[in-house]
Design a protein around this ligand. Structure first.
Ligand code: ADP
Ligand code: MG
Length: 228
């Protein structure tokens, strides 16, 4: 089952002299349960791609389908609700909220009641059961990122998007975060698209894409050889 389909996606910023073609005819798709990484130099268009897929930015042309629904043919209001229910983002935590409150936060935004069983399942999967009432500042960097993963999982989104979720972490904590994302993708058959600058982390994912000057290339399955 195809969860994400991107067709001929183009994004141009600015005009005239200042014009930047950030994405040039990008096409690819992801099946349910696939965990894909996006690599590429700084400024190559990775965040632009993720932001368009997450409807945080608007494509100049092309289409994005999430579970068969054309994201940008929806009215803005419908798109906002569709995004909230179907796309999970791995973002920074709210520092005033404890671990459990941070995880259920997206449900509260959508006036939904958290299912205590689901909350426990996620806390256990991420090894955070003992940290449930801790504040973010009382956790290690790796543990904080695990809470951010839990928050993306709680709405059971069709797709999870992560822009450099290991950006500020040392190699031990980075591997820990990747391992948690892999468990989540297997356990919940969760589709994940993750940007990483770290080629070492791509050995454990299902597929790797490289973005270079706005052009996306599919490097196929575990692409260590292709990257080296
Ligand atoms: P990456 O995430 O791979 O580092 P980005 O997607 O952030 O790259 O940026 C791709 C290109 O688009 C860069 O040249 C960047 O300067 C440009 N760009 C990104 N966002 C904007 C914006 N809001 N306005 C103008 N140019 C932008
Ligand atoms: Mg970026």
């Amino acid at each position: 089952m195809e969860i994400l389909k991107v067709e001929n996606l183009c994004k141009t910023y600015g005009k005239g002299e200042a014009k930047v073609n950030a994405l040039k005819n990008v096409s690819f798709s992801l099946e349910k349960g696939e965990f894909a990484a996006v690599v590429g130099e700084s400024g190559s268009g990775k965040s632009t791609l993720l932001n368009c897929i997450g409807a945080l930015d608007t494509p100049t042309s092309g289409s994005i389908f999430i579970d068969g629904q054309n994201l940008f043919s929806m009215k803005e209001e419908k798109r906002t609700i569709y995004r909230r229910r179907n796309i999970g983002f791995i973002f920074q935590l709210v520092s005033e909220l404890n671990v459990e409150q941070n995880i259920i936060f997206p449900l509260l935004l959508d006036y939904q009641k958290p299912d205590p069983k689901k909350v426990n399942e996620i806390l256990n999967l991420l090894g955070l059961a003992e940290r449930r009432y801790h504040l973010p500042r009382q956790l290690s960097g790796g543990q904080q990122q695990r809470v951010a993963i839990g928050r993306a999982l709680i709405t059971q989104p069709k797709l999870i998007l992560a822009d450099e979720p290991t950006g500020n972490l040392d190699s031990k904590n980075s591997q820990d975060v990747i391992d948690m994302l892999i468990s989540a993708s297997r356990h919940f058959k969760q589709t994940i698209l993750m940007i990483t600058h770290n080629n070492n982390l791509t050995s454990s994912v299902d597929r790797v894409f490289r973005v270079s000057d706005g052009i996306l290339t599919d490097l196929g399955g575990t692409a260590n050889e292709a990257l080296s």
